[in-house]
Design a protein around this ligand. Sequence first.
Ligand code: CP3
Length: 318
Amino acid sequence: MRQAGRYLPEYREVRAKVGFSELTRSPELAAEVTLQPIRRFAFDASIIFSDIMVPLEGMGIDLDYAPGPVIAEPIRTMKQVEEMRSLEPQRDVPFVMEAIRLTRAGLPAHVPLIGFAGSPFTLFAYLVAGKPSKEFAVPRSFLHAEPQVSARLLEKLADAMIVYLRAQAAAGAQALMLFESWGGLLGPYDFRHVALPPVKRIFDGLKDLGVPLIYFANNCGTVLDIISELPVDVVGVDWRVPLAGARKLLPGKAIQGNLDPAVLFAPKATLEKRIDDVLADAGPAPGHIFNLGHGIWPEVDPDAITRLVDYVHERTAK
Ligand code: CP3
């Protein structure tokens, strides 16, 4: 969950020299900031530095990071949807695959590299709203006011994310993760009928690759029964979700999560107690990947991450 970023002084040093968008387009620098947290912490896996919005820039969307994504011309019409280019990863975002190749070459052999993309509904939320928002009222109302434009946009995004993730795997990503960061905006009916079909289309389009597929379902604790239908290996959950209950709702799938990132501000003894609670909640059966429930905040002390990783390893060592 956002391994690189503003909580690391070495990342801030790179960012003092280049803008965020430029960083995502510079394979050497993107590989460098991907490797930074791996040098510092004993993480079991690495996630490529990029952003879920990067492939949309490749599809011709004019956007900026401030620091959340801001779209110059938010999508409102079928014409705009039709004008979005179909993604050809080697033509439109070759620097992502190059960053993956460079990172893989720089990683220790035992640390797998995760590639990622945003879910169609999460990308739709940004594209229609035009900027980050708490309620995303504009995209939520748009879904109902313009169902055909919405459906076409979601379908187009799904097709783009399939080729994008396949290109990442071909470049060396050893697992693929889809971020459903805003799925929690939807009630069960719309989650099933709007968010889920394009996600299923994506995972169906990746199955033959044989790499583990991870679906991070943020704030989706009330729709895990629906998520259980997805052809995915791992479901990542946020800190609001009771893991024991989630595991029952997701038979046959591994679960990833879910320490509240806010707990990284607690004293050592509390942090350890709260890690113990997550491990106890997940239970002894195989198929739990310890993770945070969401990204690391910029204000976090990197030493808290060291304590977390070391303690989880100590507690789970065979
Ligand atoms: O290296 C890694 O750890 C990969 C990091 C990563 C970033 N974005 C880098 C980033 C990942 C996995 C993402 C995905 C992403 N981007 C998501 C899904 C994950 C989630 O948080 O739910 C979303 C919703 C975005 C869109 C986005 N990009 C937002 C909302 C923001 C602003 C966040 C903030 O902290 O205010 C960004 C910018 C961004 N993406 C930063 C980083 C390191 C901060 C940019 C900076 O350096 O100024």
